[in-house]
Write a protein that binds this ligand. Structure first.
Ligand code: ADP
Ligand code: MG
Length: 319
């Protein structure tokens, strides 16, 4: 099998063909029709073997995760996911691996109503780059820069599960049988909070998705918005699986600094908190208020009962 057969066999299948794709895989470029009155939102995420995933990971899960982490960025902007491109680098053509990877990619793309519209295929150390494109009503994208002093800070879902999943996969931590499936699911098959992200357009002053851990990621909002924040660590939403698998100090540490949960972190002004409760009810995603925005630019404080600590940022950075 050569490069072009590979593309035809695995990547040119139109999972859920969209009527706004006038030209997809097979030409020099894709031709995509952006809806009238909408802005185009574009994001890119790369996953490199050894850095983002283990070489022996289930390729189907990998295909899923590549789509989910990209779509999660669109969700955080309040955008509706539409189109995907894939830059794939593989050392050799392994049909079984590619077929599973493509299946995971296409099924997740279909789930989010996205279509793969192009890409590039090269030989080299295993590396996956996806570009996701979405649409948002003009001017309505939720940015990191809109948080204001006094806004309430919220997160979706539970935090720390993916980090525990990583520890389980690495064999450095035990998780009881009854919780293993949930924890592995959270690590290998993260969800992107797409519907919720779009609903937040009318209430959130800022938003982002948590990929590298809450405490590190929130700094991006603090810096872009020129504000500070406090987080009440006793309010951090923890799954039963996490609580049963860790002592409270470790649970808190994983929830604060563990990466890859892909939950949304967002801020809401006091005047919109009532609207938020009403708006959230159809989504069935738990949302927890964990703190407030303060006027101390760039400063994150952690509260536990009466105690307040200043948090020293040690989030993950590649270099
Ligand atoms: P070009 O040389 O003009 O850049 P290529 O020969 O690299 O085009 O690719 C042929 C077609 O296949 C293009 O439409 C491209 O978008 C698509 N394509 C290449 N690799 C992938 C991939 N991994 N996934 C999806 N589409 C791909
Ligand atoms: Mg060309």
């Amino acid at each position: 099998m050569g490069e072009f057969e590979l593309i035809t066999n695995y990547f040119s299948k139109a999972g859920s063909p969209r009527t706004d794709v006038h030209c997809g895989v097979g030409d020099d470029g894709a031709v995509l029709q952006v809806r009238d009155g909408y802005d185009l939102v574009v994001t890119t995420d790369t996953m490199v073997v050894g850095t983002h995933f283990f070489a022996d990971v289930d390729p189907r899960a990998l295909g899923h995760k590549l789509v989910a982490v990209n779509v999660s960025d669109l969700a955080a902007m309040g955008a509706e996911p539409s189109w995907l491109s894939l830059a794939l680098t593989v050392p050799v053509i392994q049909p079984d691996w590619l077929s599973e990877f493509a299946a995971g990619l296409h099924e997740t793309a279909e789930y989010f109503n996205c279509q793969l519209v192009g890409g590039d295929t090269t030989k080299g150390p295993l590396s996956l780059t996806m570009i996701a494109k979405g649409q948002v009503p003009r001017g309505k994208a939720i940015k990191r820069s809109g948080a204001k002093v006094g806004d309430y800070i919220y997160v979706t879902g539970t935090l720390g599960d993916a980090a525990l999943g990583l520890r389980l996969v690495q064999g450095v931590q035990q998780v009881s049988k009854k919780h293993q499936a949930h924890i592995l699911q959270r690590f290998h098959y993260p969800t992107a909070r797409v519907a919720l992200g779009q609903a937040l357009r009318s209430v959130a002053s800022s938003a982002m998705d948590i990929s590298d851990g809450l405490a590190g990621d929130i700094y991006h909002i603090l810096q872009r918005s020129a504000v500070g924040a406090y987080i009440d660590v006793q309010k951090l939403p923890l799954s039963q699986a996490l609580k049963d698998s860790c002592d409270s100090a470790q649970a808190m540490q994983l929830a604060l600094s563990g990466g890859e949960d892909y939950e949304l972190l967002f801020t809401v002004p006091d005047s919109k908190r009532g609207a938020l409760d009403v708006l959230l009810s159809p989504y069935g995603v738990p949302v927890t208020c964990i703190g407030r925005i303060t006027g101390q630019t760039g400063k994150l404080e952690l509260k536990a009962g009466e105690q307040v600590f200043s948090y020293q940022h040690k989030g993950f950075e590649h270099f």
